[in-house]
Design a protein around this ligand. Structure first.
Ligand code: PEP
Ligand code: MN
Length: 338
């Protein structure tokens, strides 16, 4: 942070402001130019809003750091973060595909889908047991029975599991069953949930809020990391725009932008990002070409009868083709899909 002083501030004023900065727990370094005086304030957070410095004589402006997140930022880790989950590494050399239905509907449904996605090379099974639905009359998920089905899928097919925790009440239950806890778009700024998940040992899949800037997205990840859980995987899933041809506008530029700003892995969800099963394949190809560490894909063995997100679910046959094409794109950009 930079505290910019009036150019005619007296040395006493500058010294006074330096003391006030130190009272905030920060180090103060005054810098005198020919026409300007500024004080660099560095160090760790303070609970006091630094804007309070504006109340002292001579202070003209407070310029906050461009990157307000500390643990998330690229420079805070010499290596890129690789999140290891049951032998699968997200953010490493290989691409990781998480696939499965939007909602867990039954054991038979999940087994039918998992058998095909596992065979095609997906390493992680996704499926919601607690579903955040726009309408209270839509299928809300099977709850704990759904989590039990996911545990059976893990056992039977050797897949790791990702599922959403919608609130602090059910977080402990979800955490007991899943490898990766998904924090959905609607909860990206549910700060009490982020803090609680930050105290869990599970890896976390944090989805970008539907109107979140990249800075807000990374600060949400900072909430989790600040509580001690550094196993965070980011997920771009589209943002709300004026466009009507898709459910959301998949912001693929977020992938290289986040990679410049952060060491955390980022995957792409073209299913919610487009809402259209005919766009999943091309947008998946583009995501891998843009540098994504993996994908989250909704697959249903009978999309016409899916209880949620039917229009964006692809069939196991389409998923086979997608994996085949991703291998080729991955090869072109130096990422393998084993
Ligand atoms: C989901 O992954 O099923 C989901 C509800 O996604 P989002 O939070 O991105 O809408
Ligand atoms: Mn869905």
């Amino acid at each position: 942070m930079l505290v910019v002083m009036d150019s005619n501030s007296s040395p006493d004023m500058v010294t006074h402001v330096c003391r006030e900065i130190e009272k905030l727990g920060l180090a103060a370094n005054p810098m005198r130019g020919t026409h300007t005086i500024a004080i660099e304030a560095s160090g760790n957070a303070t609970l006091v809003d630094p804007q309070c410095l504006l109340n002292h004589p001579g202070v003209k402006e407070i310029v906050q750091d461009a990157e307000p997140y500390r643990l998330v930022k690229r420079q805070s880790s010499p290596e890129r973060t690789v999140v290891a989950v049951s032998g699968v590494e997200i953010g490493g050399k290989n691409l990781v595909v998480m696939a499965g239905p939007c909602a867990v509907e039954s054991r038979e449904q999940c087994f039918a889908i998992a058998e095909r996605t596992a065979k095609a090379g997906a390493k992680i099974f996704r499926g919601g047991a607690f579903k955040p639905r726009t309408s209270p009359y839509s299928f809300q998920g099977l709850g704990e029975n759904g989590l039990k089905v996911l545990a059976e899928v893990r056992e039977r097919f050797g897949l790791a599991v990702v599922t959403e925790a919608m609130d602090t009440e059910t977080l402990d239950l979800v955490a007991d069953y899943t490898d990766i806890i998904q924090i959905g778009s609607r909860n990206m700024q549910n700060f009490s949930l982020l803090k609680r998940v930050g105290r869990k040992n599970n890896a976390v899949l944090l989805k970008r809020g539907m109107s979140a800037t990249i800075e807000e997205f990374l600060l949400a990840a900072e909430y989790i990391m600040a509580e001690g859980n550094h196993r965070v995987i980011l997920c771009e899933r589209g943002v709300r725009t004026f466009a009507e041809h898709t459910r959301n506008t998949l912001d693929l530029s977020a992938v290289p932008a986040v990679k410049q700003l952060s060491h955390l892995p980022i995957i792409v969800d073209p299913s919610h990002g487009t809402g259209r099963n005919d766009l999943i394949l091309p947008m998946s190809r583009a995501a891998v070409a843009a540098g994504a560490d993996g994908l989250l894909i909704e697959v249903h063995h009978d999309p016409a009868r899916a209880l949620s997100d039917a229009a964006q679910s692809i069939t196991p046959d389409a998923f086979d083709e997608l994996m085949h094409q991703l291998r080729r794109i991955g090869h072109a950009v130096g990422r393998a899909l084993p």
